[in-house]
Design a protein around this ligand. Structure first.
Ligand code: HEM
Length: 425
């Protein structure tokens, strides 16, 4: 079909989706990584420069992957992103106060689940990479990030500025703040993740100026920080509305806290010995996976016997597959973690693709699971979390079904839950 003047193939059948992954050379995600550079406000000369170097290390898409993958898969010591995230999480979920934004929320305290998950996970993404200096200087960027993350896709289109002024304004605010950060002497940002300094050095040696280094950093933060808050929001929300599930998860997670509820949980126990928690996470990703994955054909190819032409787009509507009653049963639109508990093989099934696949398979999938499980397990173990005035008084939040998103759906505007958080004795 033709979408916005572009020939687009829609791959619906799961065997064909799988076949498309085997054509990673022909069906490329690089075009959309370059589009992300436009979202992020990278200047045209820098985009052209970064995208004109073939498949070499300076190619924009290759560099973007290298930046993230180096930290995710090879990070040792200070470069270990997962450890940095989990340490920050413990700082933010202090037994007496929640320190995810200023002023801290003292316990007992009342808060919004959406603000909490969004601000906490975003500040972890910022702090684990930039160190604490950045948000100390620019705490207002947390609010701006929330607004941009919801509407980032509109930044990729050449629409009249009055239609898209809000996300533009907030993106520019963050990029400007990042530029100020990059102008600081290295000594004042000594707690940034070491690989970021290496990337900065490489970009500067290619003549790339501070505003574009800031925009490229924002692009990276958007990929890293966009989805974990949504996973944390939906998973915690379902637990809050199901007392039986809450009790079962508390019992299951207890062994991960054998050093005490106020200590860091044992991540290997959460990952390998908490089947119900993992099933609830998997079900959350199934139910809230967003609409699409978009790739571009860089060569002609054949899928399922159909000839596909170079230059066209390939669209995979994962949401459609995740909500197919023939695959998931007639209750496919309902949250039911028994589904994965009784059928562990679903988690690796061809028709379950919350992290995409092929040329754009999410490199953050393991760390995403670690941080979301750590967050939820710590919250329910350390605190009593109750919906203000009971669950009957606040309907379960609705997702924004129209959000155009790579990854998970956000809650619709205004959809949230007010909760009371107090210490568990
Ligand atoms: C629950 C959390 C997450 C979800 C649901 C998620 C989902 C996805 C999906 C669906 C894609 C493929 C997009 C497409 O094919 O259209 C993707 C790609 C990607 N994700 Fe994630 N993601 C999550 C967390 C993260 C984190 C925490 C990071 C980094 C620390 C990350 C880094 C990336 C990168 C770099 C890509 C592009 C891969 C490439 O082109 O090589 N993601 N993600």
């Amino acid at each position: 079909m033709i979408l916005s003047g572009q020939l687009t193939y829609i791959v619906l059948d799961t065997p064909h989706i799988l076949e498309s992954y085997r054509h990673a050379k022909e069906i490329s995600f690089d075009h959309f990584i370059k589009l992300l550079m436009i979202f992020a406000g990278v200047s045209k000369p820098t985009r052209d420069h970064l995208c004109s170097t073939g498949d070499g290390p300076q190619n924009g898409a290759a560099m973007f992957r290298k930046v993230i993958n180096t930290a995710l898969f090879h990070g040792q010591g200070d470069n270990n992103v997962s450890l940095r995230y989990r340490t920050l999480l413990q700082d933010a979920l202090q037994p007496r106060a929640l320190l995810y934004r200023r002023p801290a929320i003292t316990i007992p305290g009342r808060l919004s689940v959406s603000n909490w998950t969004m601000d906490l996970m975003t500040s972890m993404a910022f702090n684990s990479h930039l160190g604490k200096t950045f948000l100390d200087m620019h705490p207002e960027c947390l609010d701006s990030f929330r607004i941009v993350a919801h509407d980032a896709w509109v930044l990729g289109f050449d629409w009249p500025i009055n239609l898209v002024s809000k996300p533009h304004f907030h993106r520019d605010k963050i990029v400007h703040a990042l530029s100020q950060y990059y102008e600081l002497p290295q000594t004042q940002r000594a707690d940034q993740i070491p690989f970021l300094g290496e990337i900065e050095g490489s970009l500067r040696s290619q003549g790339i100026q501070t505003p574009d280094i800031a925009a490229l950093t924002f692009q990276m933060l958007l990929a890293i920080g966009g989805n974990p808050p949504r996973a944390a929001f939906w998973l915690l929300s379902h637990i809050l509305y199901d007392k039986t599930l809450l009790d079962q998860l508390r019992a299951e997670c207890a062994t991960a806290f054998d050093k005490g509820a106020n200590e860091q949980p044992d991540i290997s126990v959460l990952l390998d010995q908490c089947p119900k928690l993992n099933a609830a996470f998997q079900e959350t990703l199934r139910l809230y996976t967003g609409i699409i994955s978009m790739k571009r054909l860089v060569n002609d190819t054949t899928i399922g016997g159909y000839h596909l032409q170079r230059g066209a787009d390939v669209l995979i509507p994962y949401r459609f597959v995740h909500l197919n009653p023939e695959l998931w049963g007639t209750d496919c639109k309902t949250f039911n973690c028994q589904r994965f508990l009784h059928n562990p093989s679903f988690a690796t099934a061809n028709f379950y693709r919350p992290f995409g696949g092929g040329s754009s398979y999410c490199s953050g999938r393991n760390i995403a699971r670690q941080i979301v499980l750590s967050f939820v397990a710590t919250v329910i173990t350390r605190y009593n979390v109750e919906v203000v005035n009971g669950i009957e008084s606040q309907p379960f939040p609705k997702s924004d079904e129209e959000a155009f998103t790579f990854g998970l759906l956000p809650p619709a505007v205004g959809q949230d839950i007010e909760i009371m958080v107090s210490r568990r004795e």
